[in-house]
Design a protein around this ligand. Structure first.
Ligand SMILES: [Zn+2]
Length: 280
């Protein structure tokens, strides 16, 4: 059975870009008589606003979508810690206390998420308070060997997680990084089609590696085109039209809005971008 998901973080209102993402995932599951799952990604402690989860549910219902909700990330911290322990036992994680500024000052190349970590703390064994834990990418890729993954729209990919360097898996300020939490949760939720925007395409290289290291099932990915503005920038509420809740509370017809998006009728100044990376 096809299982897709929509996994918003409750740190801001949903906007049209989110609506598009949810509709794509919902319709993909519906066409295949599968299941569309909602997962609230609420482990970003400082920025998380739990009350927004209710707003998200109201927004999705307003768009005419039906879903099955799974446990929010904040209830899954033990699974993140257990996976990190396993990777530590394999000798693949090391603690890092570098600040963003220190990394930016020493980095000589850029990765998909910004300055590439220069490996300052690699090889450290003992953790200090406030350390993040990074994956030793060289060791991890050597252990996993060559890997492939499939995007349903783009085709077969050779996994190149080394693009990201030594990624953070356990953050200083949150129980897990996006890479670790999303990978574990998708496996736990039985997601067979990881549906999300093209802006996260490269992250799937890292996720495929984590699946290999942690013996998780391998899904197929479906990275959808992004809503962008006239300048090709990824759609964000700050630059575009009203958020979903605002439209809903103003009495707009959400089902009609969803159908317009499906038909490719986007609001003025907004279009779909097929490129792998929207401009920042
Ligand atoms: Zn470091």
């Amino acid at each position: 059975m096809t299982v897709t998901r929509f996994a918003p973080s409750p740190n801001g209102h949903l906007h049209l870009g989110h609506a598009w993402s949810a509709i794509v995932a919902h319709d993909l599951a519906k066409q295949r008589r599968g299941r569309f799952v909602l997962r609230i990604e609420d482990i970003d402690g400082a920025r998380s606003r739990p009350e927004l989860a209710d707003e998200f549910r109201a927004d999705l219902a307003w768009l005419g979508l039906g879903w099955r909700e799974v446990a929010p990330q904040s209830t899954r911290l033990a699974s993140y810690a257990a996976a990190a322990e396993r990777l530590k036992m394999l000798g693949l994680l090391y603690p890092c206390t570098c600040t963003r500024a220190e990394i930016a000052a020493k980095a000589t190349t850029k990765g998909p998420d910004g300055p590439l970590y220069p490996g300052t703390c690699r090889g450290r064994q003992r953790s200090e308070d406030g350390a993040a834990w990074r994956l030793d990418m060289g060791k991890a890729t050597a252990l996993a060997g060559p890997l492939e993954w499939v995007d349903e729209r783009v085709g077969r990919q050779r996994a190149t997680p080394e693009l990201f360097g030594d990624v953070v898996l356990m953050r200083k300020d949150a129980p897990a990084s996006y890479h670790l939490a999303a990978t574990l949760d998708d496996a736990a939720d039985g997601v067979t089609r990881v549906t999300r925007g093209m802006d996260l395409f490269a992250a799937s290289h890292v996720h495929r590696l984590l699946q290999a290291l942690l013996n998780l099932p391998i899904p197929v990915w479906y990275h959808h085109a992004l809503l962008v503005d006239g300048a090709g920038r990824k759609f964000a509420k700050s630059r575009g039209s009203a958020g979903l809740a605002e439209r809903r509370l103003a009495g707009e017809d959400g089902v009609a809005l969803a159908d317009s998006l499906r038909a490719g009728r986007f609001p003025a100044g907004i279009r779909l971008s097929q490129s792998l990376h929207a401009a920042p």
